[in-house]
Design a protein around this ligand. Sequence first.
Ligand code: SF4
Ligand code: SF4
Length: 81
Amino acid sequence: MSTAPAMSRPKQGASGKTGAWRIFRPRIDKDACNACGLCALSCPDAAIGEDLEIDLEYCKGCGICAHECPKKAISMKREEK
Ligand code: SF4
Ligand code: SF4
């Protein structure tokens, strides 16, 4: 029996590439950010790297990172179609 890895690895994502269905995308205000790294730790798709760049190929727009950010430095913006 094979076992699944406990965590997704950065830049690979737990659920694969997102495609075009995402409705909101996160945006980090670098001026407000204190580089604590909580957003990267809380992202279920490991879409935020150590450099705090968001990989939108994998980001699902769930908003967890924005919710968890203690500095309120992440805002969710509606995708423009
Ligand atoms: S919106 Fe969700 S998937 Fe996208 S970077 Fe934030 S926590 Fe990760
Ligand atoms: S959780 Fe907020 S303050 Fe911390 S690194 Fe992410 S954006 Fe910056």
